[in-house]
Design a binder for this molecule. Structure first.
Ligand code: NAD
Length: 297
């Protein structure tokens, strides 16, 4: 393998330790812990796993975790009333509503109800707008984590050609905004892009956020490019495996022969998402107290 491995797990552990230090400083300064409220509606098994691991990570960082489990058939009014209470609760700095919601609930309406100052997922239109115009707000955790890995690996991104594959509100679009703000020349590719391999071949930086197992192939990559694989896809079980393998949106073995640097799946972007969530929650806490956010947070 020619590429350097970008170790998201190690980077995330360092970030979590830094957040832990600042969380302790926050307690010393304010006499209370920073708090994250996580709302889960229904019993989606993957969402239950995510919510549990977020709760554990919050506690491990020295912050308070408040879990609110609502039945799958809860009404919009019940959910909105809970969000209203959390918005008003001074012990809650960040509010995260685990997506996807059951089909009868309108995700945009629910996200819009969260106070933008507690929207640590960065999904509220106010925060999307702040990112678009270059104001400080909350940036979605996954693309912010990708950006941290990229700047750590490459330093200044000025003038680099970046191709983001995927244009979702939670990954592709904010990723493109962040890269633009860092002075990269950004192309957003998506399901209607013509000749995707040719577009990707231009890139010094490739961010794949598609949800298609091993879509990006070795012969799409410019030699030396940095490749960030956001995809998490489970293959069907093979050869008597109980569970299928987890793969990204990038054909890792092939691409690693050509790229200059690459994130693995698992152990790349995934661990960064939770670490940045902790970071965003603590940033919210300092801001909610009217205090200056520590520089290195
Ligand atoms: P999404 O389904 O909302 O968006 C996928 C995007 O890919 C769309 O914009 C679509 O236009 C584009 N696309 C689909 N097929 C394409 C094709 N053949 N060629 C080019 N573009 C194509 O997905 P998402 O929420 O942005 O997530 C993308 C992937 O990232 C998923 O695998 C998801 O599981 C993963 N993800 C990982 C993390 C993490 O923490 N690592 C966080 C969020 C999402």
């Amino acid at each position: 393998m020619a590429a350097q491995l970008i170790d998201g797990k190690a980077f995330a552990a360092t970030l979590r330790a830094r957040v832990g230090g600042h969380a302790a400083a926050f307690v010393a300064r304010t006499g209370r812990q920073a708090g994250l409220a996580v709302v889960l509606v229904g019993h989606d098994p993957a969402s239950e796993v995510y919510v549990r691991s977020k709760g554990k990570a919050v506690l491990a960082a020295g912050m308070a975790s408040f879990e609110h489990l609502l039945p799958a058939d809860c009404s919009a009014a019940q959910l909105l009333a809970l969000i209203e209470r959390l918005n008003a609760d001074p012990a809650v700095d960040g509010i995260l509503v685990q997506l996807p919601l059951p089909a009868h609930l309108d995700e945009q309406q629910v996200i819009a109800a969260i106070s933008p100052d507690k929207d640590v997922d960065g999904f509220h239109v106010i925060n999307a707008g702040r990112l678009a115009v270059g104001l400080s707000g909350f940036v979605p955790c996954t693309p912010l984590g990708c950006m941290m890995l990229l700047t750590d690996q490459l330093g200044d991104l000025s003038g680099m050609e970046a191709v983001v594959i995927g244009r979702s509100n939670i990954v592709g679009k904010p990723m493109a905004q962040l890269l633009t703000a860092a002075n990269a020349t950004v192309t957003v590719a998506h399901s209607r892009t013509r000749d995707l391999p040719a577009v990707v071949r231009r890139a010094d930086i490739v961010v794949a956020a598609v949800g298609r197992p091993e879509l990006v192939r070795g012969d799409w990559i410019k030699p030396g490019a940095a490749v960030i694989d956001v995809g998490i896809n489970r293959l069907p079980p093979a050869n008597g495996e109980a569970k299928g393998r987890l793969v990204g949106d990038v054909a890792f073995a092939e691409v690693a022969e050509v790229a200059g640097a690459i994130t693995p799946v698992p152990g790349g972007v995934g661990p960064m998402t939770i670490a940045v969530l902790l970071r965003n929650t603590l940033v919210a806490a300092w801001r909610n107290e009217g205090l200056e956010v520590p520089q290195d947070l």
